[in-house]
Design a protein around this ligand. Structure first.
Ligand code: NAP
Length: 245
């Protein structure tokens, strides 16, 4: 790794938007640590990126696993001594897909979705924050969703008014709240924290019905990861435009 190059951790980097985000950041000269639940998947991903000339390292990280999170912090402390960019990308969808499940949502479903989409993000960020504070310009990107916008959900005229599935939507709304709180806590530091809506993207989660291709879907995460010192913090962004909370 070049002395002045940035190092990024992308969770859930073995496929979908995470993989493409790692590729696009790598193409811009960022050293990317590609994390996946399974070590084999992480290694395969890093090898693929390395073959494209990208400086990539594999990391086994199930974001819901406390031991994996501690090992991730140890890896960054020992290998790089800091972390410049954290992309909290790993996420899970409702087991019922786009079916609107609200009053009938089960405890298991709430637990499963909030564990990955919210609790793991808070815990991983807490674990890595001391290393992000060692960066001259730390950036934290939380992969949210337009479906986490309470403002749009409450508006009968909004395009998402009819797309309500509480467990997923609530997990992303709470993640947005975390973005606001963390950005406030870090407002007197160089660290910027933002929520990204990637768009509705053709991935396993987004399905083939999605209008956006994956390269376009990674652009918001990449832009927020590479924000300059004058960039926003504590915002909810899609392709450079602010979304309502
Ligand atoms: P995806 O193709 O389903 O990929 C999800 C990624 O998250 C996979 O790499 C998956 O790993 C990983 N993951 C899930 N649970 C994990 C865990 N416990 N530990 C580590 N990794 C875990 O989804 P995507 O469409 O790329 O979505 C990426 C992010 O964007 C998510 O946060 C999602 O909510 C958000 N988003 C997506 C869309 C869309 O239209 N696609 C829209 C709005 C927001 P495995 O391969 O091991 O399962």
């Amino acid at each position: 790794m070049a002395q002045d190059s940035k190092v990024a951790l992308i969770t859930g980097a073995n496929r979908g938007i995470g993989l493409e985000t790692a590729k696009q950041l790598g193409e811009q000269g960022v050293t990317v640590v590609v994390a996946a639940r399974k070590l084999d998947a992480a290694k395969e991903t890093a090898d693929k990126l390395k073959a494209q000339g990208i400086d990539a390292y594999p990391l086994q990280l199930d974001v819901t696993n406390v031991g994996d999170r501690a090992a991730a912090a140890k890896f960054f402390a020992e290998k790089f001594g800091r972390l410049d960019i954290l992309i909290n990308n790993a996420g899970v969808a409702a087991s019922t897909g786009f079916e609107p499940v609200n009053s009938q949502v089960t405890d298991d479903e709430l637990e499963r979705i909030f564990s990955t989409n919210l609790f793991a993000v808070v815990a991983l960020t807490r674990e890595l924050l001391p290393l992000i504070k060692k960066s001259p310009a730390g950036r934290i990107v939380n992969l949210s969703s337009i479906l986490g916008s309470n403002g749009l959900h409450a508006d009968p005229a909004s395009p998402i008014y009819g797309f309500k599935s509480f467990a997923y939507d609530g997990s992303k709304a709470a993640l947005n709240s975390y973005t606001i709180h963390l950005a406030w806590e870090l407002k007197d530091t160089p660290i910027k924290v933002n929520s990204a809506h990637p768009g509705w993207v053709k991935t396993e989660m987004g399905t083939d019905a999605a209008p956006m291709e994956i390269p376009e879907g990674a652009k918001t995460s990449v832009a927020l990861a590479l924000l300059g010192a004058d960039g926003p913090s504590g915002r909810f962004i899609h392709l450079g435009q602010e979304l309502p909370w």
